[in-house]
Design a protein around this ligand. Structure first.
Ligand SMILES: Cc1cc2nc3c(=O)[nH]c(=O)nc-3n(C[C@H](O)[C@H](O)[C@H](O)COP(=O)(O)OP(=O)(O)OC[C@H]3O[C@@H](n4cnc5c(N)ncnc54)[C@H](O)[C@@H]3O)c2cc1C
Length: 373
């Protein structure tokens, strides 16, 4: 019998298994892909304070600091934000995830890589595709948008099309301004969503777009048009993938019986931006720590995890409630115009205002993790 079984070996799952094993839990992690980190299905942008927390420089994970964000709100207005003290960094997520999995194994977690969880028999039995059966006292569902374990214990895991961010992204060789992220909101490239250029350096970038699901649009055609606009055709496409991120209301129950939900499986990505790395890392670390503490008798309920996630959940719910109102061209444009104009104004008074605010907020959440160390 394992203390903890983690289903899914990406950011949230590898984080959970790593801390749980480090704290002495007998832990198993199951991941269906041989190399879940390759290629990273991600724009790879995070706040710099998260990079510091992850000690990216120590693990040799290259980062590109972004100093300027250029936003086109459709064809109606252009905004430029300069980041001062705190930056966004574009990371090598591939390297980070590989490192987290290796760390989980070094800490003593048993990894079942290339194995798919096909069934869960509550309260403790996890069945793999090779019919192997594992038992665990606590199960952490880190299976991403599928929320695989949730679907087996009566949680409504089906997402409405409009609660899914449908994405397509290419890794592109070309000429890019290394310190500048470019975003294009709404039509013609990303109706009810946005397109992005996240530069890795002067010659490589992640170029993609994410739109609200349920629209009958040719994603490849939208991306081709956006790439043509950004590069004037002077580029080489190295690879392209399609993927989805939940842009939904977070799960009502982050803990049900002995099952805990983390990262995208708990719908913890920001429903307006699709950014989910930060919350995957925070929730994975918290769930791993709290599960272990519970098993050792240090706390008497797993619901401590939900309590510790309270502030994040409140913000995610607020964002979702705002997002679902932007259903027409006019509402979408007016909504974002108001938000970007406010930010521009705040930035003109206090340069880097928004990033500094985000950094402070994130630091508060990360400090919380220290409590469980
Ligand atoms: C195109 C795109 C760009 C993005 N860009 C950014 C960005 O720039 N910044 C940001 O903050 N966020 C970004 N995100 C969001 C971010 O990638 C996710 O929020 C994050 O990956 C969530 O991590 P996770 O570990 O919870 O889930 P996932 O990364 O989805 O990992 C789930 C893992 O579970 C495994 N799994 C699933 N089912 C099973 C099963 N039955 N058995 C075994 N294993 C299973 C999967 O193989 C996978 O490895 C982006 C998302 C997309 C789609």
């Amino acid at each position: 019998m394992y203390d903890i079984i983690v289903v899914g070996g990406n950011l949230s799952g590898a984080s959970a298994a790593s801390v749980a094993a480090e704290k002495g839990a007998k832990c198993a992690l199951i991941e269906r892909h041989q190399k879940p980190y390759s290629p990273a299905h991600c724009g790879e942008g995070i706040p710099d304070v998260v990079g510091d927390f992850l000690k990216l420089d120590e693990i040799g994970c290259l980062t590109n600091p972004i100093e300027i964000i250029n936003i086109n709100l459709s064809t109606i207005k252009e905004y430029t934000f300069k980041l001062k003290k705190h930056k966004i960094i574009i990371i090598d997520r591939n390297k980070l995830e590989k490192h987290l999995l290796e760390k989980a194994e070094q800490n003593g977690a048993e990894l079942f890589i290339g194995k798919t969880v096909k069934d869960f028999k509550p309260p403790d039995e996890v069945l793999l595709d090779n019919n192997e059966s594992l038992k665990g006292k606590i199960i952490i569902d880190a299976s991403g948008i599928a929320c695989h374990i949730g679907s087996k214990i009566g949680i409504d895991t089906k997402l409405k099309p409009e609660d899914v961010g449908v994405c397509i992204q290419s890794r592109i060789k070309g000429s890019f301004v290394r310190n500048t992220v470019k975003l294009w909101y709404h039509k013609p490239y990303a109706p009810f969503g946005y397109a992005w250029v996240f530069p890795i350096n002067n010659t490589l970038a992640n170029v993609g777009l994410g739109i609200t699901g349920g629209q009958k649009l040719d994603m490849q055609e939208l991306l081709d048009k956006y790439i043509q606009y950004e590069t004037k055709g002077d580029c080489e496409i190295l690879h392209t993938f399609r993927s989805c991120v939940p842009s939904a209301y977070p799960l009502i129950e982050l803990v049900k019986d002995n099952v805990m939900f983390v990262g995208d499986s708990a719908r913890l990505a920001n429903s307006a931006t699709g950014a989910g790395i930060l919350n995957a890392i925070i929730s994975g670390n918290l769930a791993g720590c709290i599960a272990t503490k519970y098993l050792k008798g240090g706390i008497n309920t797993l619901d401590t995890y939900t309590l510790e996630m309270k502030r994040i959940l409140k913000r995610l719910k607020k964002t979702y409630n705002r997002k679902i109102k932007l259903t027409t061209d006019e509402k979408f444009l007016t909504g974002y115009k108001k938000a970007f104009s406010l930010l521009s104004f705040a930035n003109s008074i206090s340069p880097g205002f928004f990033q500094n605010y985000v950094a402070k907020r994130v630091e508060k959440e990360l400090i919380k993790l220290e409590k469980y160390k």
